[in-house]
Design a protein around this ligand. Structure first.
Ligand code: ATP
Ligand code: AMO
Length: 431
């Protein structure tokens, strides 16, 4: 809906002639908005419009005399002078925006009060995503997502990184795992990239000291979980390091503290809209770092059945178990020089779930080939990558972030599908 005085309406399906100004305004609710219309004829026309029709209105905007109950658009009232219907919505909408905008709590309360409400489940929302996306919470979620992506770019650009785009059609798995979508590439076996891992490292070999990429990542996940998608947006970076891979962790700290501060400061309205439909507790974080908090480590160990004393030092067994919980690392990860059972790697967890994986990489081709072989990877399929380290390669490291996971976990959404515009999960390829 737009309001204004210009007559640039193309070829409206239906149009009301301009009415004389003054007196006799009546109210009518159209598609969730409150309009004051000049006379009964216009009121009839407006009331006959189906919900979600697109209208173009010329009129005077004012603050409402009182909020419109049970609607999603309550901020302004319009005294209509002209009303055009630009696009008629079918009167039999599969879901209504008002139903889709209710919180679980609203539904429970209304049911307790004996009201009959339509509950819109997750599958139905996703089946009719274009309507579901119109709810205030969804509008806010994708604005928050856009801000996160923007801050990622801004912080890295300000630190001298250059944005790159790596190929998404590649000859073999980039993470060494089986979760790849295979395809035929003019007669050659190929797959969709599981990450920009190999090529972002090769960009470092190509003389770019600091690179980042925002792009699609494909994972042939076979289990339906609340935090895995088959296609997600990867926020990746890679950088040459001088002394220690903690230089990469320092960037993580600066990036995420800037990101979370920015969201809290500049997206208060969006976070409130999300909170109204999907209540969540604001994320607590330290002002300077995201590195693992002791309590979080203790909680993970306790959940895994390991006995640990509150506030006690972790013994070797607990440390090892914590290491296992935070996963076995891929073939390109640099082992720790003091104890090769460990690696120079890190994960970042938010609300107990992983949002980032990162590490120093192996830049010695012989070690890289050996580690790949040990994990059953056909070294021939990654020969150009291994060879890239034969022509001079600086020590380097980097990390990958799942954009939808950051949105899901910052906003406590509970399901990654809510943070994906048109999610792709093991069962869903549509819409
Ligand atoms: P993978 O490729 O192994 O699936 P991933 O990076 O895609 O890893 P996840 O599968 O979410 O992301 O998590 C990786 C690892 O992190 C898991 O194998 C698990 O050990 C650990 N992990 C994730 N979430 C939790 C959690 N809530 N508590 C404990 N460990 C967790
Ligand atoms: P990893 O496999 O841990 O690491 O992935 C990086 C981050 O991507 C997110 N993520 C996912 N998000 C949604 N659906 C999925 N199926 C999914 N799988 C992973 C998580 C995870 O932390 N190459 C390394 C990164 C690196 O070391 O630079 C990698 O891909 O937020």
């Amino acid at each position: 809906m737009s309001t204004g005085d210009d007559d640039n309406h193309g070829d409206p399906l239906q149009q009301q002639p301009e009415e004389e100004d003054g007196g006799g305004y009546g109210d009518v609710a159209v598609g969730g908005g409150l309009f004051s219309v000049p006379d009964a004829g216009v009121a009839r026309f407006a009331a006959g419009l189906s919900r979600e029709s697109v209208v173009d209105v010329a009129g005077v905007v004012s603050l409402p005399r009182e909020p419109v109950r049970g609607t999603t658009q309550q901020e302004v009232e319009i005294q209509v002078k002209k009303l055009y219907c630009i696009s008629k919505a079918t009167p039999n909408l599969p879901i209504s925006v008002d139903d889709a905008a209710r919180s679980e709590e609203d539904v429970v309360k209304a049911k307790a009060a004996g009201e009959q409400l339509v509950h819109v489940g997750q599958d139905k929302r996703l089946d009719f995503r274009v309507i579901d996306l119109r709810t205030p919470a969804n509008q806010a979620i994708f604005r928050v997502q856009c801000e996160i992506e923007n801050i990622f770019r801004q912080v890295l650009l300000s630190e001298g990184f250059v944005g790159i785009h790596t190929p998404k059609l590649i000859g073999g798995s980039s993470e060494g795992g089986a979760a790849v979508f295979k395809l035929d590439y003019n007669g050659q076996p190929a797959c969709l990239a599981q990450s920009p891992q190999l090529h972002k490292q090769m960009a470092i070999c190509g003389g770019f000291e600091r690179v980042f990429e925002v792009g699609p990542v494909f994972r042939a996940e076979d289990s339906n979980t609340h935090r895995h998608l088959c296609e997600f947006v990867g926020l990746d970076m890679e950088m040459a390091i001088k002394d220690h891979y903690s230089e990469v962790c320092d960037v993580v700290d600066r990036l995420f503290v800037a990101m979370f501060d920015h969201l809290n400061k500049n997206c208060a309205k969006e976070l409130e809209a999300i909170n109204r439909q999907y209540p969540f507790k604001p994320l607590k974080y330290l002002p300077k770092t995201l590195r693992i908090e002791y309590d979080e480590g203790i909680r993970m160990l306790k959940e895994a059945g390991v006995h640990v004393e509150a506030m006690g030092d972790l013994n070797t067994e607990s440390e090892k178990k914590l290491g296992e919980l935070v996963h076995t690392k891929p073939f390109y990860t640099m082992p720790c020089s003091d104890d090769p059972r460990y690696s120079n790697s890190f994960d970042v967890f938010v609300r107990g779930e992983e949002i980032i994986s990162g590490a120093q990489r192996v830049h010695i081709p012989e070690v890289l080939a050996r580690q790949a072989e040990e994990r059953g990877i056909d070294v021939g399929s990654i020969a150009a990558y291994v060879d890239a380290f034969r022509y001079g390669a600086p020590p380097h490291g980097g990390f990958g972030i799942g954009l939808e996971r950051v949105v899901m976990l910052f906003c406590g959404l509970g399901n990654i599908r809510k943070a994906s515009l048109f999610p792709r999960d093991p069962r869903r390829l549509n819409p």
